[in-house]
Design a protein around this ligand. Structure first.
Ligand SMILES: *Cc1c(COP(=O)(O)O)cnc(C)c1O
Length: 455
């Protein structure tokens, strides 16, 4: 066979025109989300005050296998998609591995991450419904930036609650979001009831995604023309992120490849959920059996050390409850440098698939992550986001196992974004001052103690 090109692109014509809903092929569905007031299974209408209606319907839909991507969203996707499937020849050589390593690069847009795929859908459906604004939270800033971009494109106002530690670590993120016309508030803030309550308890808190979510929802509920948008975890987000996996699969078909394993970093589960979607479909329908591997930070290990339990999606306990792997909504992870992976819970779809044995998970400390990031940067000439570097670490480990065994396995991993706003973290790593915080059993127990008693 001719040598596989370094980059494989789909043409704009070949880009998928539908998203894929993995739930339509799952043997069992995840337990229903619960209304936080009644603790009864949630009805679609219960979500209407929070999210726009089309997204609520997507959230609850377990049977529709494919959803048409609206023409306006496809038009917008064409400004940054299709994204390349890249063969990591230089990394393979450096590792001296017989493995073939491919990665899907989602960092080729100004937000610097895959999050724009979901932001596009949310802004579009909000506009379609006649809304005028959205609110959201952001951790590391990628989601806020992505939604700021999509809102500017579709013509909506946006207020972003940014986790305070990230706000302080990454002042330029704020400027980027403001460039796209959004308003940024560090969280917890004194602009909401829930923010004031959290500040009263702990005035020096660096905040958390769970807390910023509570603030964003509170603000959105005050205005009938405003809704809230969440950038990960939800079923609707995994649906729109399926574009990553669908493109990857088509690109691999073009070069006669199929992955033996699919590896992704896991914060709330959206990129891995999207990347693995069509491969999980093959697994669920018996067509193929690739390994699917989630890589999470040792400082926030929801899959590897969390509990499979009902929990709130936010610290303020105003969101519906979801059955997921969770560290407890009160768990505030240490200020590690992969802000996008500092979430206490995990997508209910991923959690269910993991629980039922369709997926594996590993966790890794920061210094090892940055060692992988630096190696990858030097070999592949892309400066990865710290979040993405978790997947790189996973891919390198598997490639090294192939070196041991002599097997030429095909590895596909998701390179979710670039790390230009994470240079403080890189500096710490390079100076040798980066620490590896791993929560003790007692730390985790504190989070578990706050789990709601509904299991
Ligand atoms: C947000 C983010 C992640 C983690 O979120 P998931 O929902 O788990 O995908 C990973 N990488 C980057 C670059 C991100 O911005």
């Amino acid at each position: 066979m001719a040598k596989v090109p370094y980059k494989t692109y789909l043409t704009e014509e070949e880009m998928p025109k539908q998203w894929y809903n993995v739930r339509a092929d799952m043997k069992e569905q995840h337990d229903p989300m619960l209304n936080p007031g009644t603790l009864q299974p949630l009805k679609t209408e219960d979500l209407y005050p929070i999210f726009c209606e089309e997204l609520c319907k997507q959230e609850m839909d377990t049977t529709t296998r494919y959803f048409d991507i609206p023409e306006e969203v496809l038009d917008y996707y064409r400004t940054f998609r299709p994204s390349p499937l890249i063969r990591a020849y230089h990394l393979e050589k450096a590792l001296d591995t017989p493995a073939k390593i491919y990665f899907k690069f989602e960092g080729n847009n100004t937000s610097g991450s895959h999050k724009l795929n979901a932001a596009a859908a949310m802004a579009y459906y909000a506009k379609e419904q006649g809304l005028s604004s959205l609110t959201t939270e952001t951790g590391a800033g990628q989601w806020g930036t992505a939604l700021a971009m999509a809102c500017s494109h579709f013509g909506l106002d946006l207020t972003v609650f940014m986790v305070k530690v990230s706000f302080n670590q990454k002042p330029f993120r704020k400027a980027v979001m403001e460039t796209f016309g959004s308003k940024i508030i560090p969280s917890p803030s004194d602009t909401t009831e829930v923010g004031r309550a959290i500040l009263a308890k702990d005035p020096n808190t660096g905040g958390s995604l769970g807390c910023a979510i509570s603030e964003a929802i509170e603000l959105s509920m005050k205005d009938g023309k405003c809704r809230y948008a969440l950038g990960s975890v939800l079923n609707q987000v995994l649906l729109s992120q399926s574009i990553i996996g669908l493109e990857s699969k088509l690109a691999m078909e073009k070069i006669d490849e199929y992955p033996d394993m699919v590896i992704g970093c896991a914060g709330g589960g959206s990129n891995l959920g999207g990347l693995m979607a069509p491969f999980m479909q093959d697994k669920l329908t018996g067509k193929a059996n690739p390994r699917i591997i989630a890589v999470e930070p040792a400082s926030c290990p929801s899959l590897t050390r969390g509990k499979y339990a009902y929990d709130f999606c936010d610290t303020g306990r105003i969101t519906p409850l979801a059955k997921m792997y969770t560290l407890g909504s009160d768990f505030i992870p240490s200020a590690n440098h992969a802000g996008g992976l500092r979430y206490h819970g995990m997508s209910p779809i991923l959690a269910k698939l993991y629980h039922d044995g369709y997926m594996e998970a590993i966790s890794v400390e920061q210094n090892k992550v940055f060692e992988s990031a630096v190696m990858f940067a030097k070999k592949e000439q892309i400066l990865p986001a710290p979040e993405s570097a978790h997947a790189i670490y996973g891919a390198i480990q598997e490639a090294l196992k192939c070196k041991e065994s002599g097997e030429a396995k095909t590895i596909l991993f998701g390179l979710t974004g670039t790390g230009y706003f994470d240079m403080n973290a890189y500096m710490q790593y390079l100076e040798g001052t980066m620490t590896d915080y791993v929560p003790s059993e007692a730390d985790l127990q504190q989070g578990f103690d706050g789990l709601p008693n509904v299991n």
